[in-house]
Design a protein around this ligand. Structure first.
Ligand SMILES: *Cc1c(COP(=O)(O)O)cnc(C)c1O
Length: 360
């Protein structure tokens, strides 16, 4: 695959080559049907098999308990910023732990519908840290506590999730779902946009404890009501059929490599290669605090904005693309999701060494 580059984009992001090749093979004629999955009725027997198999494989890979629903929804992770408060804000109040840009957006959206208590705000430390339990100002009567499990923009990630007792913990796992084993039973609801670590855009996956999904008001827009989606097995209207098919391929790929434990080992090895190099360099600086570093999004800087810009330009010319940091954080960012190989990270570190030599 001579003409493929190493794509460090935060999302949509790189996919496993094996997955792309399988999709290519099946593109014109899926399993003898004489058509593409894209052209199939979502109610056809053949497509329902794809749908069920995707769900079953995800349940197996993530070890999702039987009392949790898996929903395939529209509207990305951002859609969940509205759906969570509309559906789970049963008495009208929730705690939000703000550790980054998406966590803040989620809180702002929720505040349109319910009372939001900001239980922690990492703004003062420039979102370089994840709070400890004793730093959280949690309410005793919140309907739920919301966190962002991995802060895609600032490059921090929760390691030990907060203790919330009987209050359901809700997590936006858009950028680290499937990157490591997670005890799903600790959460009331998990959601993720698929285009980072699960596949392609157009699909939001929700994994939620069944008892939380009962309706409590009758004016929720029909596509935003979890209960409608539960009752219709995510097919109240046409779901994102092709994105669900791609997710099925991605979870099977993970399973073939040994599941989430193996993924975590791979991800730790990749991240260590990059962080160790950053820590030993006097030229580059890692942005997230060591205690909070993400395995998925590695944020760093050179000594100046000019050199950051030159780095982006030259790395891109060398076949290492999308290393510019998010506009709200600046600097540089390498997103090294499951599908990024160790070789890709090695190529990045080799480039960084050369760049340091020339500009340090
Ligand atoms: C990308 C991202 C989002 C936004 O996802 P959309 O699917 O574009 O709505 C939300 N939260 C996190 C953590 C993300 O990484």
């Amino acid at each position: 695959m001579q003409d493929r580059i190493y794509n460090f984009a935060a999302g949509p992001s790189t996919l496993p080559l094996e997955v792309l090749q399988e999709i290519q093979q099946e593109m014109l004629n899926y399993d003898g049907s004489g058509m593409s999955v894209m052209e199939m009725s979502h109610r056809s027997k053949m497509y329902l098999n794809v749908f069920e198999e995707t769900k079953n494989t995800l349940r197996r890979v993530m070890n999702i308990p039987e009392n949790y629903e898996i929903l395939f929804l529209h509207g990305g992770a951002t859609g969940q910023f509205s759906m969570v408060p509309l559906n789970l804000g049963k008495t009208g109040k929730a705690d939000y732990i703000v550790t980054g840009n998406f966590a803040k957006k989620a809180a702002q959206e929720a505040a349109k519908f319910i009372d939001v208590n900001i239980a922690y705000d990492g703004k003062a430390n420039n979102f370089t840290l994840i709070p400890k339990q004793e730093e959280l100002n949690l309410s005793v009567d919140a309907d739920y506590v919301h966190i962002c499990a991995n802060n895609t923009i600032y490059g921090t990630e929760w390691r030990d999730y907060p203790e919330t007792g009987d209050i359901p913990l809700v997590a936006d796992m858009s950028s680290d779902i499937l990157s490591k084993p997670v005890d799903v039973s600790k959460f009331g609801l998990i959601y993720a946009g698929a285009q980072k670590n699960m596949g392609i855009a157009g699909l939001a996956v929700v994994i939620a404890r069944q008892d939380l999904l009962e309706s409590h008001r009758d004016n929720i827009p029909v596509l935003m009501e979890y209960n409608t989606m539960v009752k219709n097995d995510s097919m109240y209207n046409t779901p994102a059929t092709f994105s669900i098919y791609v997710l099925g391929k991605v979870v099977k790929w993970i399973e073939s490599l040994g599941g989430l434990k193996a993924m975590e080992e791979r991800n730790r090895r990749k991240a260590a290669l990059l962080y160790d190099y950053l820590d030993n360099s006097t030229f580059y600086r890692a942005l997230a605090d060591k205690s909070a570093r993400s395995l998925m999004n590695v944020t760093f800087r050179t000594p100046s904005e000019e050199l950051d810009a030159l780095f982006v330009k030259q790395s891109s010319a060398a076949g290492l693309s999308n290393l510019k940091g998010h506009r709200v954080a600046g600097g540089l960012r390498a997103s090294i999701y499951n599908a990024m190989s160790y070789e890709g990270v090695k190529a990045l570190v080799d480039f960084m060494k050369e760049f340091e030599k020339e500009n340090g």
